[in-house]
Every structure is written in structure tokens, then in C-alpha cells.
Design a protein around this ligand. Sequence first.
Ligand SMILES: Nc1ncnc2c1ncn2[C@@H]1O[C@H](COP(=O)(O)OP(=O)(O)OP(=O)(O)O)[C@@H](O)[C@H]1O
Ligand SMILES: [Mg+2]
Length: 256
Amino acid sequence: MLETRNLTVRFGGHVAVDHVSCAFAAGTLTAIVGPNGAGKTTYFNLISGQIAATEGDVLLNEQSLGGMPASSRTRAGLGRAFQLTNLFPNLSVLENVRLAVQAARGGKHLRGLNLWSIWSDHKALSMRAMEVLEAVAMSEQQDKLVANLPHGDQRKLEVALLMALDPLVFMFDEPTAGMSADEAPVILDLIRQLKRDKSKTILLVEHKMDVVRELADRIIVLHNGQLVADGEPNTVIALPVVQEAYLGIAPKEVAP
Ligand SMILES: Nc1ncnc2c1ncn2[C@@H]1O[C@H](COP(=O)(O)OP(=O)(O)OP(=O)(O)O)[C@@H](O)[C@H]1O
Ligand SMILES: [Mg+2]
């Protein structure tokens, strides 16, 4: 269970995230929606520790992550896909995933300088890396240099790395933004796969309402940094604040 309590950040006089208290249960996918500048990405930045909160706390399974740097939060189980910034362009696809698998095992695989154990550890890591590549349907690209992959495959690989890290919480911020019509479904399919694992908590910031409607178990709405709605998708989508922000439907009463 991931929880934020009164999570707040001020940039100068502007409160970008304003006392947001919310809990996200394992086995659920929560969509976070709201107009541009509502504070969605900032909320993620606060949870993952990219930026420090002015006030409030983030808890994972009752443990406070407040004050921890991003790297410790990753180790605690928070996983966030950063668009392409985690990839090593001059390594192969398989090597990239293998590094993520290795990182997930936190160096536990190192059992001293015994050649046999080094070899068998390397083999175990490679096998796990191959499993992950199969899950994202990228086995055939395993030997390609990441720098030479098409953009859509790089984005897919980002999700593969996140899966290899095997976090408790997956945070996706507009995962299909900038993708072509044939690339986007692949990413959405990966998120669908993750959803089947009932031990994972998934947070998804997404502007496309059809995607939200299909994937979300629950929707929360941020507006001017505040949590203004929280509930079952159909109910939340029907709210005027969501209709106005996403569906281009003008408010019924327009001030003269
Ligand atoms: N590092 C920062 N310093 C100052 N202001 C910031 C910073 N990061 C975000 N903001 C401001 O905080 C507000 C929320 O921004 P944020 O990027 O979280 O919105 P968002 O909901 O993700 O929007 P979008 O849908 O466009 O991605 C905006 O007014 C933004 O200008
Ligand atoms: Mg954003």
C-alpha cells in the first residue's frame, strides 16, 4: 500500500501540490487525471523523491519514505519509468535489461571471486533478462544496440527495465505520449500485463480518456494541486471538472 499524507510542495508562492492525502492499494490501477499544470507530474516527483516535499509524507507499507533520496525510494520498491533517461545507448538491449535485473538483486548475486559462481550468476541474470524481454516481445532485438532501436522500441525497453527492477509500485506518466498509433498499444498491453499481478500498485497519469476508462480501477482528479475527486471511473468521468478538462464540453453555464 502506497500512501501520501498531506503531501505538499510550494514553488515560491505557488502551491503545485496542495495537501494531497490518498492511499493506493496493491492490485489496483489508479489513473490520475486533471488539466495541464494541475500538479500530476509534480505529485509523482514528490512520491519518487525527485523533488523534496514542503510538507507531508509518503509511506510505503506503513514505512515513511519522507526525507529519503530517490535512490533509496527505488530500493524500497518505487518504480518510475523515465522517458529514455535510464537507457544505456551504447549497450545492447539484453545488456540493458541484465543491468536492471542485477540492480534489482542489489548485488546479492555476488558471491566472491569464484569463477564458477560468477559464471552461474551471470547465466541466471541473463535468463531472467531474457524472460523480461520475452514478456515485452523484444527477444529478437536482444543483440541490437539501444541507440539503433526505433523510438517506440526504446520506449518499450524503458518499461522492460522497470519490469526487470520488479518494484512494488509502478508509476507511468503519460506513457504513450509522442508514440505512433501502432506503438501505443504495445505499451498499454504491458500495463495490462502488470495489472494481472495482484501484488503491484500502478499509478497512471494519462490524458486519453478511452485508455483511462479501460485500464483504471479508480480515478483521482487533481486540480490546482488539490485532490478534487476520487472514485470509480464512470462516476468520476461524468463529473463536470473532468468533462471540461478532457472532453472539450463547455460548462453549461457560461458567465456573461
Ligand atoms: N520545478 C518547478 N519549479 C517551479 N514550478 C514548477 C516546477 N515544477 C512544476 N511547476 C509548476 O507546478 C505546476 C504543476 O505542474 P505539473 O508539471 O505537475 O503539472 P501536470 O499536471 O503534470 O501538467 P501536464 O498535464 O501538462 O503534464 C505548474 O504550474 C508548473 O508550472
Ligand atoms: Mg505532467
